[in-house]
Design a binder for this molecule. Structure first.
Ligand SMILES: Cc1cc2nc3c(=O)[nH]c(=O)nc-3n(C[C@H](O)[C@H](O)[C@H](O)COP(=O)(O)OP(=O)(O)OC[C@H]3O[C@@H](n4cnc5c(N)ncnc54)[C@H](O)[C@@H]3O)c2cc1C
Length: 342
């Protein structure tokens, strides 16, 4: 068991906060790199309200929970440890790159590197019925769920994320010829109206006051004048709120989008700290989050190797000359018993 209390000395190679697609994919790669890894997950993946995951090569249509169960068991084969818990605090260990991770249950872990893969929260418009139908008939991603409602009457709600709402309306005509746009609180420009009309999208005047549903399915959108507009699905543009408290508290810089900035490997501005998946990239779908987790894991392993080399050099090179240990390494590199193959 790798889970240690703060008083014990073992320092993990990596702690992964968040066991969704991004975190599990990283865990698999780091486990296979023979790193000591713990994944702490509070068990609330973003797509939990949906019945199926779509668009993931070889797993299209799988239940979201099943995908994660398979992912966890794959990593466990390689010795990765899992704990269902909330990470409540992460702090710098204070001696060298390395972190103390505190769980809500009171356990603390020490780790050389940290991967935060905590996803994001979808803040939905406050309209009665939206929350209840979220992930079923209230949706946000056409690529994830529109195929399943092909040719049905679809609505799109104008929301805070104006650009995204309009984009959804244009996109959804791809799947149905019956698409209605409810501007709700946003006012459309003449150009936007013309473009929607050109795309065959009907604009519905009036504010939306609620959703009418039966047996968990949307039946109609209700307007504040009492009119019911029959629809079987409503697309909304949520506000994306990253679960990035642990990153920002550690001092990771944010980028122009308001999300924590990462380089192509997922490295943040703080050495030893990576971010992957929706916590740093709201556009990442499941397959993209998994890819980002894998990329970050490879970078983390490279970083740990570098640290190991540096620390070996420090411990073997006394001031003023080569130590016996360094001479031994040179000997190994020249055909002796070098351990590593590359
Ligand atoms: C309704 C809906 C349906 C979707 N359908 C699809 C689809 O069909 N196909 C597709 O590709 N994409 C789909 N998506 C997008 C998909 O949900 C994301 O791409 C994916 O979840 C991103 O993975 P992630 O690992 O970054 O985050 P998540 O899957 O959200 O995982 C983050 C994990 O971190 C944990 N966590 C958060 N904070 C802490 C903490 N402090 N301590 C410990 N653990 C923590 C959470 O509990 C969670 O398990 C859908 C999204 C929604 C909202």
């Amino acid at each position: 068991m790798l889970m240690r209390t703060h008083t014990e000395t073992e320092i993990l190679d990596a702690v992964i906060v968040g066991g969704g697609a991004a975190g599990l994919s990283a865990a698999l790669v780091l486990g296979r790199a023979r790193r000591t890894v713990a994944v702490i997950d509070s068990g609330k993946p973003r797509n939990a309200p949906a019945a199926h995951v779509h668009g993931f090569l070889s797993r299209d249509g799988m239940a979201p929970g099943e995908l994660l169960t398979v992912g966890r068991s794959e990593s466990q084969t390689y010795g990765v440890e899992f704990k269902q818990d909330d990470v409540v605090d992460v702090s710098w260990r204070g001696i060298e790159p390395g972190f103390v991770v505190e769980l809500s249950g009171g356990t603390t872990l020490e780790t050389r590197t940290l991967l935060v893969a905590t996803g994001l929260r979808d803040s939905l418009p406050e309209i009665p019925g939206i929350q209840e139908l979220w992930g079923q008939s209230v949706l946000h991603c056409p690529y994830c769920h529109a195929y399943e409602i092909s040719d049905e009457p679809i609505g799109v709600l104008g929301g805070e994320a104006r650009e995204m709402s309009l984009h959804q309306a244009f996109l959804l005509r791809q799947w149905s010829s019956d698409v209605m746009f409810f501007p709700h609180h946003i006012s459309l420009t003449p150009d936007e109206r013309a473009r929607l009309a050109a795309r065959g999208v009907t604009v519905v005047v009036g504010q939306v006051s609620g959703l009418i549903c039966e047996r968990g399915e949307l039946k109609a959108v209700e307007l504040d004048n009492g009119q019911l507009v029959p629809r079987s699905a409503l697309f909304v543009a949520p506000r994306f709120i990253p679960n990035d408290t642990h990153l920002t508290r550690l001092g990771c810089k944010t980028g122009p989008t308001g999300f924590v900035a990462v380089d192509p490997s997922g490295a943040t501005s703080v050495p030893g700290v990576w971010g992957a998946g929706n916590v740093v990239d709201p556009r990442a779908q499941v397959i993209g989050a998994a890819a980002a987790g894998s990329t970050a894991a490879i970078a983390i392993n490279g970083y740990l190797v570098e640290q190991d080399v540096e620390s070996a050099l420090r411990s073997t090179e006394p001031e003023g000359g080569f130590s016996a240990a360094v001479e031994q390494r040179v000997c190994e590199m020249n055909g002796g018993s070098a351990r590593h193959g590359f």
